[in-house]
Design a protein around this ligand. Sequence first.
Ligand SMILES: Cc1ncc(COP(=O)(O)O)c(C=O)c1O
Length: 287
Amino acid sequence: ELLTINRVAATMGVKAPISIRVNPDVDPRTHAYISTGLKKNKFGIAIERALIEYRAARDLENIEVLGVDCHIGSQITELEPFGDAMERLKALILTLRGEGMDIKYLDIGGGLGIPYSDETPPAPDEYARAVLKVVGDLGCTLVLEPGRAIAGNAGILVGKVLYTKEGEAKRFLISDAAMNDLVRPSLYGSYHAILPVRQGVAIARADLVGPICESGDFLAKDRDLPAMEAGDLFAAMSAGAYGFSMSSNYNSRPRVAEVMVSGDKYQVIRQRESYEDLVKGESVPVF
Ligand SMILES: Cc1ncc(COP(=O)(O)O)c(C=O)c1O
């Protein structure tokens, strides 16, 4: 990648400012699929190798080494992994500066977790204090990439129960929302609180499932859920991050509309998809 950037920068007659994503080999103690800063993960350059790559970058004509970057994972609910990663990056930055590289930026990625259920992630100011405690004296411009912490609890997925089914082994609530709309339960076994729109509904054990042809198509499994009936609306909470952005058209399902709400105002900010959207761009071969 460095060689490619160097070549492109040379053809443009510029020096490309770069930062290398370093993998600090820190366990973020989160779901394996969203852990990104361990040696066994595909991301970044191992911290032990980083110095070699930084030296190589420094020696390239059209590259300007400006920063150090990392992102150790997502839905992190403790401060220690961030602190450990910062300690390691700080040591690297001091070494790089000792070799004449003027590291001005430290990008610490995202990762701050949110409560989905009873998790108690640090508040943003606690997180900021913990980061500054380690790297605050470096004089670097800090770059943060929070995603989930901003959007996660700002969004819900509203679905409707289409049918109820008393199965042989359990009760199913079959909703119009499915794994293509919110894949986190299927992908990670994630918990999303399910709240009924109609108040005063009793609680009963059930699976809330979608109409997709997969047994992994569920929003809640073996849970004490509102004992909803056909026609009842519900909210799958905390769906603002990795919700719509991970949604798909699997099973030829048009994606849902997105509605922005502020106080008593609301506006459709993305139209519900149509059948025409699904087949747009497709054509029947001429042969
Ligand atoms: C490089 C990078 N930065 C930031 C984020 C956002 O992470 P989060 O939503 O946990 O804050 C991600 C998520 O995958 C990422 O890969």
